[in-house]
Design a protein around this ligand. Structure first.
Ligand code: PLP
Length: 393
C-alpha cells in the first residue's frame, strides 16, 4: 500500500470539467448536446494574438524564460493596469503565471496550514475551498446572497474575521453568480480591514472586463492602504478567449513575490515562452475584439435572463458581470444537482448544479452564456419542455 498524505482525502475538484467530459461523451455517441456548463468564451483567440505566438516560435523563443515571466510582458501588465485603473504597479511585483488558477494555488499554500482560517465566497469558484482544505487550514465560507445582488457584504465579511484569519479571498465579477460588488461595499470592507492588519487579501479579478449596465470594475489595487497585503489574480483566459493557452498573472506584495517565484522555480520553471509573447501582443494590440466579445455577452445575458424567467418555477436575477446566470430553481421542486443531471441526460443541456460551488449553492444552477444566442434559445426551449413535463426527482 502506498503511503500518501491525507490531504488528498480532502482536495476537491471542479465539476464543470466532469460535466464537460460527460457532455462530450454523449455528443460522441451522436447526441445533440448544448453545453452551457463550462466557463470559457466560445470565441476564437483573436488572430493577431495567435500570429504573435507563431512568430515568437519562428524567431526562436522556445527556451526557458525567467521564472517570473519575460520583462516586456511584466511591463505591459503594469502599463495595462495603470491605463485601466490608474494604479501604479511596479513590473517587479508582476509575476506571469500558467493561468489564473495557479495564483490561487500558490497564495493559499502561502497562508494555509492547520489552525489557520481562510475565508472564501460561497457560492464561489470551487478551487478556493478545495485548496484551503488541501493545506489543512479551516475554510470559512462568506455567504454570497441573492438578496444582496450576489455581491459580498462588507459587514458580514468583517464579522467573520477572527485572530486566526490569514487570508480573505474576494471575487468580483463573480463565478458562478455573475455578481458584481459595488464600490461602496468594497470601500467599507477596506476601511474595516484597517483593524486587521495581519490579514491578507487575494482578489480574483479574472472577469474584470465583463461588467455591464454601465458598472465600472473596482480593482482592489486602487486602495493604497491594503497594497502591502493584497494579491491580485488576473489573466488572459476569459478576456482574450485564451483558456487553453494557460496564461495568467499575479501582483504579489513584498516577500510574497519571492515566495511565489520560488514556488514557480520548484513547480513549472516558467510559463510557455510563445504564450507569453501572445499575451504581450494581446495587451499591446487593439482591444476591439475584447469589447466586441463583451458586447456579445451582454446581448446574450439579456436573452438568457428573459428566457429563464419564463420557465416554470425559475427566477433569475440579472447578473451584472462575467458570463454566468445563476437562476433560483427552488420553486421547481428539483434539487439543483439532480436537475442538472436530468437535463443533460434527458434534454441534452449541460449546466452545473449550484452545490458544486458551495453549500449555499443549493436551490440554484449555473448557466454559462458563453455560447451562441441560437444555442441558448434552443437550450431554454428544451429546459422549458423538460420542466413542464418532468416532475422533480
Ligand atoms: N477565477 C475564477 C473566478 C474563474 O472562474 C476561473 C475559471 O473559470 C479562474 C479563476 C481560472 O482561470 P484560468 O483558466 O486562467 O486558470
Amino acid at each position: 500500500m502506498l503511503k500518501t498524505i491525507a490531504a488528498f482525502d480532502r482536495i476537491g475538484e471542479e465539476n464543470a470539467f466532469a460535466v464537460l467530459a460527460r457532455a462530450n461523451a454523449l455528443a460522441a455517441q451522436g447526441r445533440d448536446i448544448i453545453n452551457l456548463g463550462i466557463g470559457q468564451p466560445d470565441f476564437r483567440t483573436p488572430d493577431f494574438i495567435v500570429e504573435a505566438a507563431v512568430k515568437a516560435l519562428r524567431e526562436g523563443h522556445h527556451g526557458y524564460t525567467p521564472a517570473t515571466g519575460i520583462p516586456p510582458l511584466r511591463e505591459a501588465v503594469a502599463e495595462d493596469l495603470h491605463k485601466r485603473f490608474n494604479v501604479e504597479v511596479s513590473p517587479d511585483s508582476v509575476m506571469i503565471m500558467p493561468g489564473g488558477k495557479p495564483t490561487m494555488f500558490v497564495s493559499i499554500l502561502m497562508f494555509g496550514e492547520p489552525g489557520a482560517e481562510i475565508m472564501y465566497p460561497d457560492p464561489g469558484f470551487p478551487i478556493y475551498r478545495s485548496m484551503i482544505e488541501f493545506t489543512g487550514a479551516t475554510p470559512v465560507p462568506v455567504p454570497i446572497r441573492e438578496e444582496n445582488g450576489f455581491a459580498f457584504s462588507a459587514e458580514e465579511t468583517l464579522s467573520l474575521i477572527t485572530p486566526k484569519t490569514r487570508l480573505i479571498i474576494l471575487n468580483s465579477p463573480a463565478n458562478p453568480t455573475g455578481g458584481v460588488t459595488p464600490k461602496s461595499e468594497v470601500d467599507k470592507l477596506v476601511a474595516g480591514l484597517a483593524k486587521w492588519p495581519d490579514v491578507a487579501i487575494m482578489s480574483d479579478e479574472i472577469y474584470d472586463h465583463m461588467v455591464y449596465d454601465g458598472e465600472t470594475h473596482v480593482c482592489l489595487l486602487s486602495y493604497p492602504e491594503i497594497r502591502d497585503r493584497l494579491i491580485l489574480l488576473n489573466g488572459w483566459s476569459k478576456t482574450y478567449a485564451m483558456t487553453g493557452w494557460r496564461l495568467g498573472y499575479a501582483v504579489f506584495p513584498g516577500k510574497l513575490y519571492d515566495y511565489a517565484r520560488k514556488l514557480a522555480v520548484n513547480f513549472h520553471s516558467c510559463v510557455n515562452a510563445s504564450a507569453q509573447y501572445a499575451g504581450l501582443a494581446a495587451l499591446k494590440g487593439p482591444q476591439d475584439e475584447v469589447w466586441k466579445m463583451v458586447a456579445e455577452f451582454d446581448k446574450r445575458r439579456k436573452v438568457v435572463v428573459e428566457g429563464l424567467n419564463k420557465l416554470p418555477g425559475v427566477s433569475c436575477a440579472t447578473p451584472k458581470g462575467a458570463f454566468y446566470a445563476f437562476p433560483n430553481i427552488k420553486a421547481t421542486g428539483w434539487k439543483a444537482k439532480a436537475l442538472a443531471t436530468a437535463l443533460l441526460d434527458d434534454a441534452g443541456v449541460a449546466i452545473i448544479g449550484g452545490p458544486d460551488f458551495g453549500i449555499l449553492g443549493e436551490g440554484y444552477v449555473r448557466l454559462s452564456y458563453a455560447n451562441s444566442t441560437e444555442n441558448i434559445l434552443k437550450a431554454l426551449d428544451r429546459m422549458g419542455e423538460f420542466l413542464s413535463k418532468r416532475k422533480a426527482a
